[in-house]
Design a protein around this ligand. Structure first.
Ligand code: SF4
Ligand code: SF4
Length: 58
């Protein structure tokens, strides 16, 4: 399981998901979340932090 920005259109760039301990989360030029699947270790910590339901484990 990895974190996925399944509802990316809903991302408002609030960066409340900036909790990743392995640098798998970054933000693009419009401050939309970017998940680096190669770095993600599947801990799930980021998913519950998003107030907009953007992130899911898949
Ligand atoms: S699931 Fe864990 S390792 Fe993966 S992006 Fe979220 S916080 Fe980082
Ligand atoms: S917490 Fe959710 S809405 Fe905020 S930047 Fe992260 S994915 Fe986007």
């Amino acid at each position: 399981m990895k974190a996925v920005a399944a509802q990316l259109d809903n991302c408002c760039g609030c960066q409340q998901c900036n909790v990743c301990g392995v640098d798998a989360i970054s933000y693009d030029g419009e401050m939309k979340v970017v998940i680096n699947a190669d770095n993600c270790v599947g801990c799930g910590a980021c998913v519950g932090t998003c107030p907009c339901g953007v992130l899911e484990m898949q």
